[in-house]
Design a protein around this ligand. Sequence first.
Ligand code: ZN
Length: 501
Amino acid sequence: MTDNILTGFISHETATFSQRSTTMADFHNSTFILGNEIPEQMQNSNMEPAGFIKAAKIYDWQLIHTVAAVATSSGPVTQDAWDVCSGAILDAARAHKYEINGVLLGLHGAMAIESDFDAEGQLLENLRQILGPNIPIAATLDLHANVTDRMVKNSDILSAYRTHPHVDQIATVMRAAELLDQTVRGLIHPITIIARRAMITGLDYGRTTATSPMTELLAQAEILEAQDPKLLTISLCAGFRLTDIEQAGPSVTITSNGDNLEYTQMAGHFMNYAWEHRHFDSNTYLTTVQCMAKVQFLLGEKKPPQKSGPIVIADHADNPGSGAYGDSTYLLKSMLDAKLKNAAFGTLYDPIAAQILAQAGVGAEVSLFVGGKTDPKFGPPIFVTGRVLKITDGRYQALGPYVKGNWQNLGQSVVLRIAGVDVLIASNCIQTTEIETFSHADINVFDKAIVAVKSKQHFRAAFEPIASTILIVDCGALSTNNLSTLPYKNLRRPIYPLDLD
Ligand SMILES: [Zn+2]
């Protein structure tokens, strides 16, 4: 018999410290699709709805499509936008209450709305109230979820990504889908438990590009899953430190077939290891001064680099993917002051500058202030003179492993050549993870000596293979690692690294 599975996909990583709230316009600028439009538009992407469709074919499910909504990380989601996104799922649950056999959601796990900083907890709780205790609810999570007790209590199966950069969205859905199908057919009775420690950072921020406590525990999880048929799945989440909720931070959740004290102990062992290795960080963070010195050293070396390709610099602390404003000028100014040649910088969020430059037209030489308009303490506007090389509508399809197949939308965008640096100035604020971000504006990153990106880690998926060297800069903007600058109010205390070593 065909089972009816309610699906929905809402993804937003909310930096509650951001002054820029997230509106419906932000979802429309990224991804917002309703109902039966979802399969056509998303089945060829590497995002969760494509996994729902794949699972439905395998398990002979009839899917009830509701919403696919993604917005770039920023401040709390407005009530209006939340009502539209969550309402699509909850309304369908009410309408099909007596037909639904199970629920499979793609969620982030670190989303906050203005009235409730645990958005996913609220959504799962409301869904549980509508459907009752006997309809199984499975949810996938981003690896940076702040998994709350409310999320655990109101779901049966939780399954988080195992890669950062995130490239395993489909695999994560398939793990959850298999367990959901077995649950719907009465073959298993999943129970999920969670463990945390007094830490808001750890597990190397979830990175899986170097050997770290995260990769060690993930490997351990896979061994244990293979050995024990009752152990259904283990999820390790690094947490997201810019969401100010009590239960933010790293966690392990274990979903088992039936209750067993053994798994509570196992979860404790996982988190003890995370605590013991809390100081581990696979990145070396440079100031802008240190970074420019390193760049000059690398460019001045006599022998050719071991690997060809540009030096790629990540503006770690101004990563729009972590809710930062994307218009910090500290790194750009240091590159201009260093008189770098044959460099590219992308992207600088500044819709006002983009409009002025687009009006001036290709070839125009323009002097103006760029960047730094959201909060000047993260890098004030800088006065520059440059030539307009290219004007685009900012739309292109991403081809890198991170969001392959997805269309990105920078809004009206302009390439301004300022001395030796081609700066891509955008009207929408998004993390730079794709080579197509540059190539759509005729910037060939393969020919550049230096490429700077506003990203923290996801850029590695596309840029690590082409980079000769990667340098990470922490310029002190909103997504800095220096958490002492953030005014936490709700986070449990004491906690590492704010109060505890
Ligand atoms: Zn993430």
